[in-house]
Design a protein around this ligand. Structure first.
Ligand code: SF4
Ligand code: SF4
Length: 56
């Protein structure tokens, strides 16, 4: 299980700093979460102003 960022992402970058394991980075047209690194803590989902991050 990992969290995923959907197409509501506006690439604001807020979530990137909230991740304790640096699993979030800027992608092609939205920010992306590396599922292999994500520990499903949920911190990023709490910070996203777009509510674009959900548990997969
Ligand atoms: S905080 Fe939300 S809107 Fe901003 S980059 Fe992250 S996923 Fe996208
Ligand atoms: S759920 Fe936690 S570990 Fe996974 S991407 Fe979000 S902040 Fe990082």
């Amino acid at each position: 299980m990992a969290y995923v960022i959907n197409d509501k992402c506006i690439s604001c970058g807020v979530c990137e700093d909230s991740c304790p394991v640096s699993a979030i980075s800027a992608g092609e047209d939205r920010f992306v979460i590396n599922a292999d690194e994500c520990i499903s803590c949920g911190a990023c989902a709490d910070t996203c102003p777009q509510e674009a991050i959900l548990e997969d």
